[in-house]
Design a protein around this ligand. Structure first.
Ligand code: GLU
Length: 507
């Protein structure tokens, strides 16, 4: 690739939980950085105090950590370009705002929110720009002394960018190619507000990308309309030569494909749209997360990576983080929106559960098993998992699959009882129990199977009849893996107890 060293950033605003689309943006930045031997920064863009949500920053950091997306610099990581939280960089921004003012590329405006509202009401499609700015209260119109006097008197003001109308602005996008905009579509964006002595997103974003030596900006499509403004800002500062290259990622769409994926789609269709569970600090509203819903981080990463990118036809879709780094190409990202195919996410999770070690899965289930009052025996749990994981798509499903290994059934599936439990069942299971009592303590699967089957044959019992009732007694239902694998794990004592109990209860 090129000689310049790649530096990219993920720059979320802490306005709530990190949406799965934000996870994808962070992931693509990570893959891009790693693929090019570059660096990834985490910058928190918290200049909008109105939208600041406590806890959101910590949530973002924890979520990315869980997913294995590691940063080289940034909030909670440190580095030479800090502080990485924009609210701590006021002094830096002030200087750059002044630079634009001094160069006549920005101006001071005193219009109050009420005045602006009035304009919007009376002027159709009002936009603060070349056609309207001369009829507003700003330093382009007011005499210098009046501006100074207003500021000295403590009047609130904003600094606006002076956009020259009707120039073609080109945005060179790594995914979309060249996109041109006419500057007349832009308004004179607010760059700074005296009220909180903070810049707005646009100014802080550009200044920081410059100072942090960012080479590529990979972000969501919703920022594409801001890109021409950003290009003009780079020009105004004289930073055109080191301007980062852009890549705007297509939207994530609803599973049906019509419109943008929203939190409500998740609620409606029953899947998480957040990496971790999130409790809204204001409303207390709880949103589900992939982690708490029993997804493995590598499944989420693999699934999310393929929302809008794929490694080409002759490649497997299952890819580890290292493989994703190897195959990821930003130019190969789709321009069209990517449908959020939740079923695919489940498929990946099922796959990664199968390829995970039983010990790891056991450790993941431990907190929840212990919360249910089960004494955790790592080896026993791992063996139960080995027998059942084939059927599990999520960790809670896995836990449900192994439940009867810890708790003997107290009730028996009615339908199965009706169908399988016959008049002679109790007598047969009593004989079976007597037979098993003579077998070794650990009831080795194959040997026990042989003994039991020989006994059934000798007695002329129905194989199905005995086995189904046996299973009902052990599991409480007509489900589960190979019966003699179950008895081998339960052991002789527990198996006999369960037989006894079924005989008593079902009679
Ligand atoms: N703070 C913006 C966000 O929340 C960053 C956009 C960008 O990456 O430039 O998405």
């Amino acid at each position: 690739m090129s000689h310049e060293s790649v530096r990219v950033r993920f720059a979320p605003s802490p306005t709530g939980a990190l949406h799965i689309g934000g996870v994808r943006t962070a992931l693509y930045n990570y893959l891009f950085a790693k693929a090019h031997g570059g660096e990834l920064l985490l910058r928190i863009e918290d200049t909008d105090s109105q939208r600041f949500v406590p806890g959101a920053e910590a949530y973002i950091i924890e979520a990315l950590e869980w997913l294995g997306i590691r940063f080289d610099e940034g909030v909670s990581y440190g580095g030479d370009c800090g502080p990485y939280r924009q609210s701590e960089r006021r002094d830096i921004y002030r200087k750059y705002v002044q630079q634009l003012l001094d160069a006549g590329k920005a101006y001071i405006a005193f219009d109050t929110p009420e005045e602006l509202e009035e304009k919007r009401k009376t002027v159709a499609n009002f936009q603060y720009d070349a056609t309207t700015r001369t009829s507003m209260r700003n330093s382009l119109v007011l005499p210098r002394e009046e501006v100074d006097a207003l500021i000295a008197g403590g009047a609130q003001y904003v600094v606006r960018f002076l956009v020259t109308p009707d120039v073609e602005v080109e945005v060179d996008d790594m995914i979309r190619g060249r996109v041109t905009f006419n500057s007349s579509v832009l308004d004179d964006k607010v760059l700074y507000k005296s009220a909180d002595d903070l810049p707005t997103y646009h100014l802080a974003n550009i200044v920081d990308d410059h100072l942090m030596r960012i080479t590529h900006v990979i972000r969501g499509e919703e920022w594409l309309p801001s890109a021409p403004l950003h290009v003009l800002l780079y020009e105004a500062f004289g930073w055109r030569d080191t301007m980062p290259r852009f890549a705007h990622l297509a939207l994530l769409l609803k599973p049906e494909g019509n419109g943008k994926l929203s939190k409500r789609d998740g609620d409606r269709l029953g899947f998480p749209v957040f990496p971790l569970r999130w409790v809204d600090p204001k409303t207390g509203e709880v949103s589900s997360g992939y982690r708490e819903s029993g997804y493995l981080p590598e499944a989420v990463v693999n699934f999310v990576a393929l929302l809008g990118w794929n490694p080409g036809n002759d490649h497997e879709e299952v890819m580890s983080m290292d493989e994703l780094i190897r195959y990821f190409r930003i130019e190969k990202c789709s321009k069209a929106g990517a449908k959020f195919d939740y079923e695919k996410g489940k498929w990946f999770n099922h796959h990664y559960i199968q390829t995970s070690s039983n010990e790891r899965l056991a450790a993941l289930l431990r907190p929840s098993l212990e919360a249910a009052g089960i004494t955790f025996d790592a080896d026993y749990v791992a063996r139960a998992i080995a027998l059942t994981k084939e059927r599990a798509q999520t960790l809670p499903e896995l836990e449900e699959q192994i439940a009867y290994f810890f708790t003997a059934p107290t009730a028996y599936d009615e339908k199965t009882v009706k169908k399988r439990w016959k008049e002679d069942s109790a007598a047969q299971l009593t004989e079976l129990a007597a037979l098993l009592a003579t077998q070794p303590e650990d009831l080795p699967s194959e040997a026990t199977e042989e003994v039991v089957k020989a006994w059934i044959e000798e007695k002329g019992y129905g194989l199905g009849a005995v086995m189904n009732c046996f299973r009902l007694a052990l599991v409480g239902a007509a489900k589960g893996p190979h019966l003699f694998d179950i008895t081998a794990l339960l052991g002789r004592g527990e198996t006999l107890q369960r037989l006894q109990r079924a005989i008593e209860v079902l009679g």
